[in-house]
Design a protein around this ligand. Structure first.
Ligand SMILES: CC(=O)N[C@@H](C)C(=O)N[C@@H](C)C(=O)O
Length: 620
């Protein structure tokens, strides 16, 4: 059977965002595939059920069942903007019920099924911003990666009447209202927002409740930085960090008076509610008081119920979940599948309802192992290689982003170069150094104020171990990584000449300029870097770099602006270190995950070519 090739990128079909029908009998989910001719990622709503082949329902995403299970509400593009559509499940075509000027957000049915709430972007004065007008900026929250300049936009809650389509705006003002959740009696909506005057200088977020026609009422205080809220039965379930945005996200419930009580999960782990590159799912009630939630544990995102009972197999990573009628539906990836839909009862072996895994290719399986840093810290990594490959062989160290992200021993449709390199005799080391998620809060915060200074040693120790074990050839070492991983790639080549090739993607090279130009610059400056930005900046050490370097960066990256690569490129070029910068037009920070397929293919291809040119010695 053939090995995976980069062209298999176009064959990936990845499910996400499962929604279990209220009777627990069927699952609606979003399937993302690639339209190679249009050079676009395509999302569709599919349906899976026991004993039936999964089937496509419509183009769109974010499907949610009506309380009676007879209608699906989902987002479908109308004139380029996502609008809420209703699809009757006993037959018929989808019908749009919103016409939001800047598009609608994910639908949330009221308990009686007569209304749908959603959060939607709102331009200044309710109008779409004028793209040609001068942009007046008085606060730091003027841009967001993937959106660009906000031009005074906010986000507010709306409620649409299902029968009439009449839509009412529920919140207003200069803030961003998060996803709404209905009260059990359908009279109020709960949401998270930061309404502080100086919220652009200090990250916050509080739970509010609001009734149409009334002002929002704040429930939580400054001690919690809330990130999400869900009305589960009579309880409000909240995700939040304590005392500031750094550290683990924890689970709380609020008493009717708004007093937070931390949920005893029995786990020193970060609660994951799901975001691009950060798999997880919203907390949900299983039965009675049984709360289901996701945490990241040694790379994988697992589904748990409090306190501390894992509901999914160990080597799987959950990227979405839904509960109803005492059953759970979830999407999980494995070492051989980027994701499939499962359905079952907690504690029982679930049924896999789909088979979206890539067929017809033989995959290498990553092996977990531990390494020991010079200070004795135990660090976990995943080693991917062909056991029949000659040793010692070439080694690629790949550094994840965050730094609070983590590698998992599961297949994804982004890092295809891992499998291709393994088939060429390379060893790929995906390391979870200190600051990675999934190893406890002390580990998670171990590099705060010491980017590079604390965690750099973890990488060199792991590489040295594979050299000592005769797995890696010390003359054929390379390093790559994206975002924080790009930062670390620059950092390492400024501190050692052992790497023969380096490929920083979406990098960070100068924390001072990053602090002033990233859409999260203020947050990272205050809560990740602390005081000495120069000591933690790769640019401080750039005079030591000798490694041929390929910089890959999205042109419209507002998280790690392309200037971070420009600074590194200029500094290496001045020193006549072989260097190349490749810029991806229109690409935001996450383009390697959800950008143009051709850009994602090109990114993978260039990594392999640079490695073969500078490590394997063959011409590019
Ligand atoms: C918090 C954040 O955005 N950090 C960036 C430097 C980063 O690493 N981003 C992505 C790619 C990630 O994996 O978090």
């Amino acid at each position: 059977m053939p090995r995976l090739t980069l062209d298999d990128l176009y064959r990936f079909a990845v499910p996400a965002d499962p929604s279990l029908r209220p009777d627990g009998g069927a699952v609606a989910y979003t399937l993302t595939t690639v339209d190679r001719d249009a050079d676009e990622n395509r999302t569709e709503v599919w349906l899976a059920a026991p004993g039936a082949a999964p089937r496509r329902l419509a183009g769109g995403s974010a499907a949610r069942w009506s309380p009676d299970g007879r209608t699906l509400a989902f987002l479908r593009p109308v004139d380029g903007r996502p609008q809420i559509n209703l699809l009757p499940m006993d037959g018929g075509e989808p019908v749009a019920i919103t016409s939001a000027a800047l598009g609608a957000g994910a639908p949330r049915w009221s308990p009686d099924g007569t209304r749908i709430a959603f959060s939607a972007p709102v331009g200044p004065g309710g109008r779409a911003p004028d793209a040609d007008a001068p942009v007046v900026i008085d606060r730091l929250e003027y841009k967001a990666d993937g959106t660009g300049l906000l031009r005074g936009m906010g986000a507010h809650l709306f409620v649409v009447d299902v029968a009439s389509g009449e839509t009412a705006q529920v919140t207003e003002g200069g803030f961003f209202a998060g996803e709404p959740s209905w009260s059990p009696d359908g009279t109020r909506l709960a949401f998270v927002a930061d309404m502080e005057d100086e919220r652009d200088l200090e990250t916050g977020g509080a739970v509010h409740t609001v009734a149409p026609g009334e002002q929002p009422r704040r429930l939580t205080g400054p001690d919690l930085v809330c990130t999400g809220v869900w009305w589960e039965g009579e309880r409000l379930v909240v995700t939040a960090t304590k005392g500031g945005p750094a550290g683990h996200v924890r689970l709380f419930t609020l008493t009717p008076g708004g007093v937070p009580e931390e949920v005893e999960t029995g786990l020193d782990r970060n609660v994951m509610t799901g975001a691009p590159g950060y798999p997880g799912a919203a907390p949900a009630l299983l039965t009675g008081d049984d709360l289901m939630f996701c945490v990241r544990d040694r790379g994988c995102t697992h589904l748990y119920r409090a306190p501390g009972e894992r509901l999914v197999p160990e080597e799987t990573s959950v990227s979405g979940a839904s509960a109803a009628a005492g059953r759970i539906a979830y999407v999980a990836a494995t070492s051989h599948s980027a994701g499939d839909v499962y359905l079952g009862r907690p504690g029982e072996t679930p049924e896999r309802l789909t088979d979206h895994a890539l067929d017809g290719v033989e995959l290498f399986t990553p092996a977990r192992r531990m390494f020991t840093a010079p200070d004795g810290t135990q660090v976990e990594g995943f080693v991917l290689r062909d056991e029949n490959a000659a040793t010692p062989g070439p080694l690629l160290l790949d550094v994840h982003g965050g730094p609070h992200n983590a590698w998992a021993p599961v297949l994804d449709g982004f890092h295809l170069y891992h499998q291709v390199l393994a088939a060429k005799g390379w060893t790929v080391l995906a390391l979870n150094p200190r600051a990675s998620d999934g190893y406890g809060e002390d580990f998670y915060t171990a590099a705060v104020g010491a980017w590079g200074l604390a965690d750099g040693q973890d990488f060199l120790a792991a590489v040295d171990t594979l050299v000592e074990e005769n797995v890696a050839d010390p003359g054929r070492l390379a390093v790559t990584g994206y975002s924080y991983g790009g930062y670390m790639t620059c950092w390492l080549t400024g501190h050692t000449g052992r790497f023969k090739a380096a490929i920083p993607g979406g990098c960070v090279s100068d924390l001072s300029s990053m602090a002033g130009t990233s859409d999260l610059g203020r947050l990272m400056k205050v809560h990740e870097w602390g005081g000495d930005l120069a000591a933690q900046s790769p640019i401080t050490y750039v005079s030591e770099v000798t490694t041929p370097t390929l910089l890959l960066h999205g042109e419209s990256d507002d998280r790690c602006p392309v200037g971070q690569s420009e600074q590194w490129f200029a500094a290496l070029r001045e020193r006549r270190v072989p260097v190349r910068l490749v810029r991806y037009p229109g690409a935001s920070h996450l383009f390697i995950l959800n950008g143009r397929p051709s850009h994602r293919h090109d990114y993978n291809e260039r990594i392999i070519a640079w490695l073969e040119q500078w490590v394997s010695g063959s011409p590019s």
